[in-house]
Design a protein around this ligand. Structure first.
Ligand SMILES: [Zn+2]
Length: 287
């Protein structure tokens, strides 16, 4: 581990002037059963026994990446942010430092971020775009979420929009649409986003390629180590069969090419590799 300071959970030099730092923007709790989807409790209970609370919720970290390249800086994800109501904060047991002060504590000034790549626009990923006063937290950054994601986030299907904070997203929608990619796009040399769908209609992953090493972030398709099994899909996934198919394809590539994978909500060991495990895959923590 090449930790720069306490605010940085993990960092790595990928070669060629590209570095990645993992910064956790607080934690919250989610219903364990919902996170494990159709998997029976007897199969997963032992995995969460240390962290599950009396309301059957488990601890979810808000993992964000700061990617530094010779061409600029990309922030991946923004967490829940600082604008959530007291009621929402209490309901989700959200605690910790939100992304702006967390990044600053790690030594990255807000106005040095050139782009924000968002895997999708659910409240726990897109909540840190604005400061509590409503101004942009990262004033120079363009927003990089798929156009399809902005569209579904502002739709009217009650099941599909349940995890979006629509009034909040409305405040940044015009800004977001100005720079919304449609399909696979290179944000900066070596940093690209690629649509995956599955968890949400416009969900995307992020790939950071250095000269020596590649880091992949699969967003909420890979929240926790057990999600390395393509069939272990959350009940929050809007298109679960698509999640299974796209995970199978992406994890095969990650395993074959030896990508370092960062999990979106794993609190303790979020960095590792995906390896083949019989007809499925496993996540092996390690740097
Ligand atoms: Zn999430």
């Amino acid at each position: 581990m090449t930790t720069m300071n306490e605010a940085v959970h993990w960092s790595a030099d990928l070669g060629g002037g590209t570095r990645v730092a993992l910064i956790q923007a607080g934690r919250f709790r989610s219903d364990a059963g919902a996170l494990l989807g159709v998997v029976p409790r007897m199969m997963w209970n032992s995995l969460v026994v240390d962290e599950i609370d009396h309301d059957h919720r488990i601890l979810q970290a808000l993992n964000c990446l700061l990617v530094e390249t010779p061409a600029g800086r990309v922030l991946v994800e923004t967490g829940i942010g600082d604008r959530i109501t007291e009621k929402g904060r209490a309901m989700r047991q959200y605690e910790g430092t939100w992304i702006l002060p967390a990044l600053e504590a790690a030594g990255f000034a807000a106005d040095t971020v050139d782009a924000i790549a968002l895997s999708h626009l659910h409240y726990d990923h897109a909540g840190g775009i604005l400061k509590s006063d409503g101004s942009l937290a990262f004033p120079r950054a363009r927003l990089v979420a798929q156009r399809a994601e902005w569209e579904v986030a502002h739709g009217s299907n009650a099941r599909l929009v349940a995890s979006y904070d629509q009034p909040e997203l409305a405040l940044v929608r015009d800004l977001g649409l100005q720079s919304a990619p449609e399909g696979e796009t290179e944000i900066l040399p070596g940093v690209s986003v690629f649509p995956t769908g599955g968890h949400s209609a416009g969900h995307q992953g992020v790939l950071v390629r250095g000269a020596d090493r590649t880091v992949a972030f699969f967003g909420d398709l890979a929240m926790r180590p057990w999600n390395a099994n393509p069939k272990w899909v959350t009940a929050f996934d809007d298109f679960p069969l698509h999640s299974v198919a796209v995970k199978t394809e992406l994890f095969a590539r990650a395993a074959a090419d030896g990508w370092t994978v960062v999990l979106s909500h794993e609190p303790v060991h979020p960095v590792g590799r995906i390896t083949r495990d019989r007809d499925r895959f496993a996540f092996e923590a390690g740097e």
